[in-house]
Design a protein around this ligand. Structure first.
Ligand SMILES: [Zn+2]
Length: 465
């Protein structure tokens, strides 16, 4: 470990002050944060340790469904891991999460011959009760076709929505496809459906179904809702095209057990006090239960921890505090994000910027900056620092991750380091979300990008100009 003298260096502060007074007349040397951002970047590329972090998480803890024993084990692991990283003020912020249990689910496509379908319940959906549920399918091409059905059109039947997710432009393709999972079951229930089947929201073509959350508004009786693996969705569609409406028999023991305790896990590298505010790096600690959540979001957890560990390893002390938040319950109802944002408001903690890693372990391809920061000179310096990593500045404004929405709504600027998702949705929310789908080089590149970005955010005096 290399130890540097404690910043801030008086000469650098003097130079910064002079620049402010002379409004850009002094352009003799690059500001020091840029040099340290480059050092952080280069050091992460030589080995960030991120793959070892996610490997430890999935080996020692495994699946981390909110409210489960795995979730509680993850909170214990994360608290110990952040302490081991040498962070300050490591603590678990209590969060109430739903306690939904998957149970088992089976489906059989009747006919000659009858064929078993590979299915999984969607999160939050109820089971079929004591008796199996048997009914004719109404085969719909997509969510729009479901929307277009008149009231009661699904009475006594099971809705099946084919809704194929396209490969490529993963972020947009997911946003387009996922509405049929989030809102489809409730809409089908409101039109009289007994149950809901959906072609998995994913890009693989095998027999591995993909789960994910669905929501039923209060007052609507929820119905069983299941995702079908792509290959079996093809089978349903072929049978329907040849023989008309197929009949399916379903059984699911999914159920909700009310609420359970969990926690956001928080730690930080304190700032040296020369600049106000906090730079937040987030990821979510919970996962789905079908696998070990290596891509979603073990990779993000590892990228965030490794980013702060890089700063510590180089003996750097930021002007602003750099805080890591490992959120509870991103996958189901987002209560971890709400709890953190409310606590930050209550404590009157100013956040100058926030980033979240929640798109697997792919390389970072694009930088997107919030509109309020887009004119900052530091953005140009950051784009230069990220160029050797193959990252370009995209013209779109940053969105922030799902866990940052609460902060964003309270006016906190967000920065996106957009990751390549070409293969992410092959495994996302499925039994194949395992650590063998990750690789060290891509994670190191992501850590390099996060470390350089966080460093500039934590050390540039004026981020808006
Ligand atoms: Zn996620």
């Amino acid at each position: 470990m290399v130890h540097r003298p404690p910043p801030p260096l008086p000469i650098r502060r003097l130079a910064a002050a002079a620049c402010l007074v002379l409004s850009g007349a002094l352009t003799l040397a690059a500001p020091a944060p840029v040099d340290d951002a480059a050092r952080l970047r280069d050091s992460a590329m030589k080995g960030s340790g991120a793959l070892a972090i996610v490997t430890e998480l999935v080996t020692e803890v495994g699946p981390r469904l909110a409210g489960s024993a795995g979730d509680r084990a993850a909170v214990r692991w994360a608290t110990a891991r952040l302490s081991r990283a040498g962070l300050s003020d490591v603590h678990a912020l209590p969060v109430t999460v739903p306690h939904w249990v998957r149970g088992t689910a089976t489906a059989v496509l009747e006919g000659s011959p009858a064929r078993p379908l590979a299915v999984v319940s969607l999160g939050g959906a109820p089971g079929t009760g004591d008796e199996p549920l048997r009914a004719e399918l109404v085969v719909l091409t997509d969510f729009k076709a479901l929307e277009a059905l008149p009231a009661d059109a699904l009475s006594g039947r099971i809705a099946y929505v084919a809704n194929r997710m396209r490969r490529g432009d993963a972020h947009r393709a997911y946003a387009d496809a996922v509405i049929a999972r989030n809102e489809g079951p409730a809409l089908a229930a409101s039109k009289g459906a007994l149950a809901y089947l959906l072609r998995s929201v994913g890009t693989d073509d095998g027999r591995t179904p993909h789960t994910g959350m669905t929501e039923f508004p209060a007052g609507l009786t929820p119905i069983p809702a299941l995702a079908v693996a792509a290959a079996d969705a093809d089978l349903i569609e072929r049978r329907a095209a040849r023989n008309g409406a197929p009949v399916v028999r379903l059984e699911s023991s999914a159920r909700s057990l009310g609420a359970a305790p969990s926690a956001d896990v928080v730690g930080e590298i304190p700032g040296d006090g020369s600049l106000p505010g906090i730079v937040l790096v987030g990821a979510h600690l919970d996962s789905w239960d079908l696998a070990e959540g290596a891509q979603d979001d073990g990779a993000g957890v590892a990228i965030a921890i490794a980013t702060l560990e890089r700063i510590r390893a180089l003996g750097l002390r930021p002007h602003r505090a750099v805080r890591i938040v490992l959120y509870a319950n991103e996958e189901q109802t987002g209560t971890g994000a709400v709890a953190y944002a409310e606590a930050a408001s209550r404590l009157n903690e100013p956040h100058v910027a926030a980033l979240e890693a929640d798109f697997g372990g792919g390389r970072v391809t694009d930088l997107r900056v919030d509109a309020t920061l887009a004119a900052g000179r530091w953005v140009g310096a950051l784009a230069t620092a990220l160029k050797p990593l193959g990252i370009v500045r995209a013209p779109e404004a940053a969105n922030g991750g799902a866990d940052l929405k609460e902060l964003k709504d309270r006016g906190v600027p967000v920065v996106d380091l957009v990751q390549d998702g070409t293969h992410y949705f092959d495994v996302h929310h499925s039994a194949n979300d395992v650590v063998s789908t990750l690789n060290a080089a891509d994670l190191d590149q992501a850590v390099a990008a996060y470390a350089a970005t966080v460093w500039l955010l934590a050390n540039e005096a004026d981020l808006a100009r």
